[in-house]
Ligand binder design. Sequence first.
Ligand code: ADP
Ligand code: MN
Length: 515
Amino acid sequence: MDSVGVAAAAPDAGPGPAWQTKCPWGAPSTTSISCSLADVMSEQLAKELQLEEENAAFPEVVAAAEGPFITGENIDTSSDLMLAQMLQMEFDREYDAQLRREEKKINGDSKVSISFENYRKVHPYDSDSSEDEVDWQDTRHDPYRADKPTTTPRRGFIGKGKDITTKHDEVVCGRKNTARMENFAPEFQVGDGIGMDLKLSNQVFNALKQHAYSEERRSARLHEKKEHSTAEKAVDPKTRLLLYKMVNSGMLETITGCISTGKESVVFHAYGGNATEDKVIPPECAIKVFKTTLNEFKNRDKYIKDDYRFKDRFSKLNPRKIIRMWAEKEMHNLTRMQNAGIPCPQVVILKKHVLVMSFIGQDQVPAPKLKDVTLSSEDMKKAYYQILNMMQQLYRECNLVHADLSEYNMLWHDGKVWLIDVSQSVEPTHPHGLEFLFRDCRNVSQFFQKGGVAEALNERELFNAVSGLNITADNEVDFQAEIEALEKMNEDHVQNHGKKLSTFSSDGDPPIYDE
Ligand code: ADP
Ligand code: MN
């Protein structure tokens, strides 16, 4: 229950709970309803309220304001509402525990097992005990806000004069409320109070009702997602929970499916949800989930281990954290590129090893990779010059080498080339940075030379054009040797003078390799 913020309850709550004014069933503005159980049960007060309420016009529809749910600010354990909700959560938890026991009993040691997963009532946001879990409730508005106005029941009363008993009579009402709980969704656990002479105050009943409805809706939403999205099976339960939270918080509207399953990542398409105060969510998003199966990442160590930006952290981290670092790296690199005006996905949010960015493509169809698209010779030439320009910008303005640049990581969209997949990108002074750049140049040259762009520079010319270096070797082997010599020189420089000297200064000084 801690994650819903009960622990943060203010010890001295003000004169009335904050939600009172926001309750969707409202209270006539002239009335001041007290919320303590004793007050609610007081006959005197009930009659007063009844009279006042009858004098006032009965609004047919009460506009739904913010739901009366537990959010960070609205904590008041003295309220019946709060207690009811806490009780409900406890019911849910017990129900789930019981379900788990039954599941276990039925399955025994059988190799074929059945799952009660879909019947669970669990509250996803308080079911994860991971201590470093991001709490979505912190940053989001209440995702369970009622989205339909709630109608007030019709007026009705029996008796005459002083003995009038209306639907507002507290005892009748309490009993009725208890009975009406049976009308909640069949799977909604109302406890075993139904058989007793239990009287629920209107407030408590309404809160429970609202809670039941919103739980029902949310449950349906979760179960629907689960059943329709086979793509999500590609990710582990923790990741799935992260994705659910993104949907439940309203940040994403729906996750439609998987676009790509690679060795190191799975990419999903999603429709963007509601903007927050500080973020506009693009209408379509790509979610890159870095795989947490570690062996795939072993061969990537060389990129990050020698990247001084991550050097201090690398040795201390466990493999799970290293994978998060890949996601973080991609985010930082994309941001640098965005700032330089290079067409690339825009970062939306990073949560652990899950990176949400804008989707390059339209209507769930990702833009084709350069290797899959057939361009006119004119477009091909245009693409080539654009890439030459982007590689220079990347090197000079972003201080980055893509390090996996090829027709597989360039998308053709909107009549231009977009760069993606930059988690492995490094700074040029990375111990292997120039080798990576040379490899990128080789890929690009070969692709465009084969693609019939007569103007395309060869890989060595392209390397010099991008880096501003002037390596004169006229064959690949010697060129490669010179590159390695430069890298060695830089490493020695780092050894002797400390690593910061090896980076380029921001005012565009020539790189150290020019020395
Ligand atoms: P990997 O490391 O698996 O190659 P990528 O970042 O290259 O990861 O993503 C894999 C594929 O997913 C890409 O080839 C592309 O088709 C698709 N993809 C990735 N990001 C986006 C995006 N922002 N918009 C559209 N498609 C994307
Ligand atoms: Mn890729």
